[in-house]
Ligand binder design. Structure first.
Ligand SMILES: CC(C)(COP(=O)(O)OP(=O)(O)OC[C@H]1O[C@@H](n2cnc3c(N)ncnc32)[C@H](O)[C@@H]1OP(=O)(O)O)[C@@H](O)C(=O)NCCC(=O)NCCS
Length: 174
């Protein structure tokens, strides 16, 4: 199994988040949604995260005790290969999560060890459950989630590039 560690970035490290979010191959999963937040590119899924945005994001997100965000670092090579996050709701104690592996590092076995470490961090922070929404078409990712104890708790049909997309709602109680 890949040896990885989760590393909380400092302000000067945010170039890697910018590089991930400006890479169309990495962000293809995020393309084609009818959302209109600042800096979102419908065709590619990329999100602008130029250096002038780093300071505010660092202050509002990385310093928020209910928001966990970390880079996934390969311990052997030192490479940052992706990032994980969760956002804990103060009322329910549940947290929505995300994991993104940069395109050039996908398919190399980073998802499972990164998820295992993320689950441990969520437990440490007293999260009641981790939740995510995952298109059914991403079946290899869902397989890993289910093998780590996530359960399918719902389903909805959204739209990607104006075509119906079936999305699983998954949850793991901690
Ligand atoms: C989904 C994602 C996190 C997977 O990460 P990854 O590092 O590429 O995945 P891995 O190499 O660890 O592979 C995950 C599993 O799928 C299998 N797999 C990998 N590529 C595959 C493929 N092309 N076809 C079928 N199975 C595949 C692996 O065998 C592995 O299963 P295992 O751990 O039981 O051996 C990554 O593709 C990604 O960042 N996608 C965009 C964002 C996203 O979809 N996030 C998650 C859900 S919202």
């Amino acid at each position: 199994m890949k040896q990885i560690q989760l590393v909380r970035p400092q302000l000067a490290d945010l170039w890697f988040r910018r590089d991930c979010m400006s890479d169309p191959q990495t962000m293809a999963y995020n393309a084609g949604y009818d959302v209109s937040y600042d800096g979102y590119h419908y065709e590619t899924g990329c999100i602008d995260f130029s250096e002038e945005k780093w300071g505010e994001w660092y202050e509002t997100k990385l310093k928020n005790p209910n928001f966990f965000y970390a880079y996934i670092q390969d311990v052997d090579t030192g490479d940052y290969v992706g990032y994980v996050n969760f956002n804990k709701d103060k009322t329910t104690g549940k947290a929505t999560m995300g994991i993104v592996i940069k395109a050039e590092f996908q398919g190399k076995g980073y998802m499972r060890p990164a998820m295992q470490k993320l689950i441990l961090e969520a437990e440490k922070l007293g999260v009641a459950a981790l939740t995510d929404t995952v298109p059914e078409s991403r079946d290899h990712a869902l397989k890993v989630f289910y093998s780590l104890g996530f359960l399918k708790v719902g389903e909805f049909t959204g739209k990607k590039f104006n075509k119906p997309e079936v999305v699983a709602e998954i949850e793991k109680e901690l």
